[in-house]
Design a protein around this ligand. Structure first.
Ligand SMILES: C[S@@+](CC[C@H](N)C(=O)[O-])C[C@H]1O[C@@H](n2cnc3c(N)ncnc32)[C@H](O)[C@@H]1O
Ligand code: SF4
Ligand code: SF4
Length: 424
């Protein structure tokens, strides 16, 4: 299924936007046989610098330098569509020149409602990844799996249309959660509603025991329902045959721990044909993961390390495997640079100088692509204590000093904390 090759007929391709999302777009287009001629960005501070090894210049200069250009707009929608609209209105590009052009529409929606599906261990199909622990699944955001992929998907699409219609109309019944959700915004969203993120999180167990993990998948073995009626190959074959998968779709592998999952080979066999986001605790080294990194399918290998010392690691992850994880990360790094490490800040548990410094040392040693900063989302959006915020600041400053890109998940913090963190 993956990525048809694109023939640019020798025309140079300008990548617009030298930020967080650009890495994924470069990796995707690399698989399609397209490399950037240069990056351009609105931020003048980036002009004259290198980004991912390519020149970053102003749009004006790029257009002059490459008059016959094609373009990829790298930020995620809705911003992507605002940039396209602006460039088109100013007559700087035509639709034909934008390789990732697609029609959009203005309405209230979110990334999940535009193309997410999770085949979930609770024997349901979920349309929202913000409600994945059994207790908090919003009833309106899922349909039960009734043994037939076709019937269940039909019900899923009808329900999703209902949620979108209520969200944008008078009736609120199906949109009661979305109406209060910070991710539902009126903006430009794609018309094409095919799946762009597909998670098959049907369970499979986990050998770790993280203090914050609410994922029931870690205790759940794959149920007979999924094993017999809808294995991953069967599900994907149905979606493919019915043209329900967007060509840039990403498969998210993170059901419990993939490296102890009894069906891991079957899952990887399918995932090898797609772009993937791999979530693993890295306690076990996997040749299949290494291969995904090497062949460029894994746009992201995300490992939540959450500690900078062996002692804290044991406290947070429930097992003494800090050194082991570090060695496995170093092994994976040999195959590519899509390694992201994460720190879930837990007040009073891992918010010390020693842990932050140890984590940064690990990031340097492994030479990760990026650090992401998170918090325990089971706590809701509660404000964090001063000490934890100080340690987030320490991590951000230290990462910058060491030239390691760092991205906080702003949407998980309280508005005040997010604002403060954005000033660090
Ligand atoms: C549920 S895990 C499954 C995959 C794999 N076992 C792992 O740990 O990466 C997927 C991701 O969810 C994150 N996660 C789980 N529970 C969380 C929580 N309560 N707060 C923040 N992140 C959480 C983990 O840090 C991990 O990165
Ligand atoms: S609850 Fe929020 S994230 Fe989930 S589907 Fe609704 S708007 Fe999207
Ligand atoms: S390693 Fe992943 S699945 Fe296992 S307990 Fe930790 S967060 Fe949960």
């Amino acid at each position: 299924m993956i990525v048809n090759q694109i023939d640019t007929k020798g025309r140079p391709v300008i990548f617009y936007g030298a930020g967080h999302e650009a890495f994924f777009e470069v990796a995707k287009y690399h698989k399609k046989g397209v490399a950037p001629a240069c990056f351009c960005d609105r931020d003048a501070a980036k002009w004259g610098t290198k980004f991912l090894g390519f020149d970053c210049i102003s749009l004006e200069q790029a257009v002059k330098q490459y008059p016959d250009f094609l373009m990829v707009v790298t930020p995620r929608y809705p911003l992507r569509f605002h940039i396209m609209e602006d460039l088109l209105e100013r007559g700087l590009v035509t639709k034909d020149q934008i390789l990732n052009y697609e029609p959009w529409t203005k309405r209230k929606s979110c990334h999940d409602l535009c193309g997410y599906i999770d085949f979930h261990y609770s024997k349901r199909l979920l349309m929202c990844c913000s409600c994945d622990s059994t207790e908090t699944i919003y009833k309106s955001h899922c349909v039960g799996f009734n043994g037939s992929i076709a019937d269940s998907l039909d019900a899923f699409f009808t329900r999703r249309e209902g949620v979108l219609s209520d969200l944008n109309g008078e009736a609120q019944e199906l949109a009661q959660y979305c109406s209060n959700c910070r991710w539902a915004v009126e903006d430009y969203w794609p018309v094409d509603q095919r799946f762009r993120r597909i998670a098959y999180s049907v369970g499979g167990g986990c050998q770790f025991n993280c203090v914050y993990c609410g994922s029931v998948a870690r205790h759940t073995m794959i149920s007979e329902t999924w094993e017999k009626s809808a294995t991953f190959p069967e599900v994907m074959e149905y979606l493919e045959q019915n043209n329900l998968i967007h060509p840039d779709a990403i498969i998210e592998i993170g059901t419990g721990e993939i490296c102890v999952n009894p069906r891991q080979n079957e899952i990887f066999d399918v995932a090898d044909n797609y772009f993937t986001f791999l979530f693993t605790n890295a306690g076990i080294y996997s040749e299949r993961i290494a291969a995904q990194i090497k062949n460029g399918n894994a746009l992201q290998l995300l490992v939540s390390v959450d500690a900078g010392t062996e002692e804290t690691f044991r406290k947070v992850k429930g097992t003494p495997a800090f050194k082991n994880v570090r060695e496995n990360l170093k092994k994976y790094r040999r195959f590519g640079n899509s390694i992201y490490i994460k720190y879930v800040f837990l007040p009073g548990i891992n918010d010390t100088d020693e842990d932050v410094d140890g984590f940064i040392a690990l990031a340097k040693e492994v030479d990760v692509r990026e650090i992401t900063i998170s918090r325990n989302f089971e706590d809701g959006f509660a404000a964090l204590p001063k000490q934890t915020l100080n340690m987030i600041q320490r991590m951000i400053v230290s990462a910058r000093e060491n030239r390691i890109p760092v991205t906080p998940f702003f949407s998980l913090f309280s508005k005040e904390d997010a604002l403060l963190i954005s000033t660090f």
